[in-house]
Design a protein around this ligand. Sequence first.
Ligand SMILES: NC(=O)c1ccc[n+]([C@@H]2O[C@H](COP(=O)([O-])OP(=O)(O)OC[C@H]3O[C@@H](n4cnc5c(N)ncnc54)[C@H](OP(=O)(O)O)[C@@H]3O)[C@@H](O)[C@H]2O)c1
Length: 256
Amino acid sequence: MISLENKAVVVTGASRGIGLAIAGAFAAEGARVALIARSKPALDAALKRLPGGKDRHLALKADIRKQSDIKRIISQTRKRFRRIDIWVNNAGVGTHRPITETTDREYNIIMDTNVRGVFYSMRLLIPFFRKQKVDTDGTRGPRGQIINISSSVTRVGVANLAVYAASKGALNLLSESVANEVRNEGIKVSVFSPASTDTNLMRNLSKKKPNRPLSPSKASVKLTPLEVAEGVLFLAKQNMNAWTSFADIRPLSVRR
Ligand SMILES: NC(=O)c1ccc[n+]([C@@H]2O[C@H](COP(=O)([O-])OP(=O)(O)OC[C@H]3O[C@@H](n4cnc5c(N)ncnc54)[C@H](OP(=O)(O)O)[C@@H]3O)[C@@H](O)[C@H]2O)c1
């Protein structure tokens, strides 16, 4: 498998939850990570927790719904790490709401974060990857890789999650279409789709109070952020010629 030592990785939504676990997992493999989120204090706290020490990594306050912010992330990461090998579009939002109570504002926030931001990043990154030389320092990897975090709600419609599910369904096809545009150029685009994972977002989506720990019985049927992160690492470490276009992950046990 490919070594991630010194690879330059961008993780959006890295201040907490799944994104923080992904950033930590890459850092533990020796990668240098740019953490992206809107809250700078949360990012700075996350940076301090990364293996390898905070000076090896980068925290960038940005709103991925804005194309100008994504341009800035690309240029600042390149300036600091000299290249970008892997970009994980993890930032995502959702609300638990019947369709009749869903506002235009909520619709726009969910679609702009979960779809438009991913669209902007891929539109900007593909030309960037095309110009970037293949990394020959370590084990030969792809010219660039994008991993988009979807959700298992795209498999079956879930009541009260209509707009969230629709946004992730759009993300799946956006990703798989772009993947087929670039696969012959040494650029990998993959979708990684977790089931329910123990984070703040999951509590919002299931109408639970944020920051309330799950009861032990409920926790056993949720994934942990680390389990999701380890799945993402697997996609990043796969051999150059092996491309997982779509992977999902769920807890083995469904017992409550
Ligand atoms: N938890 C689950 O059960 C589950 C299951 C399947 C898939 N997922 C997906 O996994 C991803 C991570 O979810 P999570 O549960 O870890 O959520 P979370 O704990 O709520 O974390 C979301 C992260 O995204 C950042 N973020 C949100 N909007 C942003 C924006 N416009 N620009 C930049 N950063 C933004 C947040 O930081 P700021 O608020 O400071 O910006 C935070 O770092 C999402 O795409 C979600 O849809 C989650």
